[in-house]
Design a protein around this ligand. Structure first.
Ligand SMILES: Nc1ncnc2c1ncn2[C@@H]1O[C@H](COP(=O)(O)OP(=O)(O)OP(=O)(O)O)[C@@H](O)[C@H]1O
Length: 263
């Protein structure tokens, strides 16, 4: 179960810990606070969805937690090791060793085959290429018969499954997914969500997924709700109905806060 607040020190039984993470964009006088002191801790082998109104900071949270962007303040720990505070080179190495990322638009390299796309993270991390393991990972996502195709020869759902295999092949400590079903039809979305849930429940992966969709969120073990850059709620064992209801109230609460603040 996700815990948030009072997150002061990291222990290795946590896949991910954020301590008072802040992110400001822009310069003084013209700055936007995208994350306003976010603290959370996620145990390994959990599937967490992050939801919230547009502009609440979901993508920023994912980017900062995944080391794709640097927080303005606070700390991020992955598997007990601090990610924040090092050089850009150290951050890149940290990310390649410990993190997987799945994007809404797949982000596969168009000139590489499916198999080459999946071996790429191992090459970049300077690891031995275990071709058999790469093929097994592609078989796991149902693409064992598409190894030598190019991304353009695949459907959107198949491309996202390649992206899942690419994210899993390095056996990362945490996989982050930003709207992984946002560009997919209902059936492909269901396949992708089932694969993510299997990665967690059969293989012990830790997955953090941003989504707008209550049905997608219901595949997770729990949902964290963000509003105005802060965690404002936590829902274990979500269903599409309970998630949709919380989202409606979140919108009301955010409106009330803005009225009170006069913005
Ligand atoms: N590069 C940037 N420069 C300036 N402001 C930014 C930048 N990226 C995000 N923001 C601002 O930070 C806040 C949070 O943005 P973010 O994209 O994280 O929200 P989100 O919850 O993911 O939104 P959406 O659901 O619409 O994708 C917003 O007010 C946004 O305008």
């Amino acid at each position: 179960m996700a815990r948030h607040g009072n997150a002061n020190s990291a222990t290795t039984d946590e896949a991910l810990r954020l301590v008072s993470v802040r992110k400001m964009y822009g310069s003084a006088g013209n700055s936007v606070t995208a994350l306003d002191g976010v603290s959370l801790a996620l145990p390994p082998g959990t599937f967490t969805a992050v939801m919230g109104p547009s502009g609440s900071g979901k993508s920023t949270l994912l980017q900062c937690a995944a080391g794709l962007d640097q927080p303005t303040g606070g700390q991020v720990f992955v598997d007990g090791a601090e990610m924040t505070g090092g050089s850009e080179t150290a951050l890149t190495k940290f990310r390649r060793d410990r993190i997987g990322f799945i994007f809404q638009q797949f982000n596969l390299l168009p000139t590489l085959t499916v198999l080459q796309n999946v071996t790429l993270p191992l090459r970049l991390a300077g690891r031995r290429i275990d071709r058999k393991h790469c093929i097994t990972t592609l078989q796991r996502v149902g693409l064992g018969d598409r190894l030598h195709h190019r991304p353009a020869e695949l459907s959107g759902g198949q491309q996202q499954r390649v992206a899942i295999a690419r994210a899993l092949v390095t056996n990362p400590k945490v996989v982050f997914a930003d709207e992984p079903t946002g560009a997919l039809d209902t059936r492909s979305a269901r396949d992708v969500l089932t694969l993510l849930a299997e990665a967690v429940h059969l293989y012990g992966q830790t997955v953090v997924m941003v989504t707008h969709d209550p049905i997608a969120a219901s595949y997770a073990d729990s949902v964290l709700f963000l509003a105005d850059g802060q965690i404002v709620g936590h829902l274990p064992r979500p269903t599409p109905e309970t998630v949709a209801e919380r989202m409606t109230h979140l919108g009301d609460q955010a409106d009330r806060r803005r009225v009170i603040a006069g913005v």
